[in-house]
Design a binder for this molecule. Structure first.
Ligand code: HEM
Length: 327
């Protein structure tokens, strides 16, 4: 789409690329995230740090006698901190909340500009674009704000990195910049580890990782509030398996069957990315007599899978609510 080239400063990033640049950077991203311990160690420590701050903050608000507490705001800040630690090596929760709110404002304006219905219409129609320059201007402005924000972070971060020391990187930007140095030292001039690619990956990981996780958890909290009987069962399982004097860690996962089911059911029921992402067919295919040529953009509607079983088996018996499929 035109919009993705505009906002990623060309065909950059992870989400809206394909071919060699996608393959190279997806592999690099998975490699870096695994090194940080995706699903274990460093990642778990970062998550638990934020969980601890989040619990303290909510407890403090209760202690201060607040009648209404926005759990969603606290979750949002915690997830933002974890993603930022992953990208730039530091979180926001302790003393950088203002920075988080600034980034959230830029992202909100960005999403609003690219989601604006007239802009969506213009996306496929260059003539309309020319006729309505203000729409184009809004997207450029929102994109520039985000790019400036990330580039400022990156410049400050680059100054702190010791490129000579043989130390494993602990955040994505550091790993990326070190890889660039390495390639340049080996004489590769036309590599893809450019500033534009780094900006676009930061944007992609921020949007893909922050909003999705934060909103899924916010839905989970709401479902538990609306379903006290399910909440009681989760509580009973946690009392039995964990007790109240320690954090839950990944090692506990296999013993928490009911909690796992509640999380799976949350992901099914909140149906967070109902149209998935667009994909390009790399070859002609035929499905049930329909021929779809190569290079067609396709959207696979994950909601048809998430709800189908429930519709078929249980819908008429009144099980279309949260908990209908698993609990
Ligand atoms: C509850 C949380 C999440 C949900 C519901 C979610 C959902 C999705 C979906 C539906 C896709 C499209 C898959 C496809 O095209 O077939 C996707 C892709 C992607 N997600 Fe997530 N995601 C979540 C968390 C994350 C996190 C935490 C990160 C990274 C920190 C992330 C990074 C990405 C990236 C980079 C892609 C593009 C992959 C590619 O095209 O190679 N996501 N996500």
């Amino acid at each position: 789409m035109f919009v993705t080239d505009l906002t990623r400063k060309g065909r950059n990033g992870l989400i809206f690329t394909d071919g060699p640049i996608w393959r190279e950077h997806r592999r690099f991203a998975l490699h870096v995230l695994r090194d940080f311990g995706m699903g274990k160690n460093l990642m778990q420590e970062r998550v638990l740090d934020e969980v601890s701050i989040l619990i303290d903050e909510i407890k403090m608000q209760i202690f201060e006698g607040k009648k209404e507490i926005s759990v969603q705001d606290s979750i949002d800040l915690a997830i933002g901190s974890i993603i930022n630690a992953l990208l730039f090596g530091y979180g926001f929760s302790k003393n950088k909340k203002e920075e988080f709110y600034e980034l959230k404002t830029h992202l909100k304006n960005f999403m609003r500009a690219v989601g604006y219905p007239l802009f969506r219409l213009c996306d496929r129609n260059p003539i309309m674009f020319k006729a309505l320059p203000f729409i184009y201007g809004n997207v450029i402005q929102a994109t520039d704000k985000l790019e400036n924000f990330f580039m400022k972070e990156l410049e400050a971060h680059e100054k702190e990195i010791n490129f000579d020391a043989d130390i494993e990187p602990t955040d994505y930007a550091e790993a990326f910049l070190k890889k660039r140095k390495e390639l340049e030292a080996e004489g590769f001039k036309d590599h893809t580890f450019t500033n534009k690619q780094l900006y676009a990956v930061c944007l992609d990981l921020w949007i893909a990782g922050q909003e999705t996780t934060s909103n899924t958890l916010a839905w989970l909290v709401m479902y538990l509030m609306l379903n006290p009987e399910i909440q009681k069962k989760v509580h009973a399982e946690l009392d039995q398996v964990i007790g109240s004097d320690r954090f839950i860690t990944l090692e506990d996962k296999i013993h928490l069957n009911y909690l796992n089911a509640v999380i799976a059911e949350t992901q099914r029921f909140c149906n967070l990315v109902p149209m998935n992402l667009n994909q390009r067919l790399v070859k002609d295919v035929e499905i049930k007599g329909y021929r779809i040529p190569a290079n067609t953009t396709i959207l696979h509607l994950i909601s048809t899978v998430l709800f189908k079983a429930v519709y078929r088996k249980k819908f008429r018996r009144g099980h279309s609510n949260f908990g209908g499929a698993y609990l």
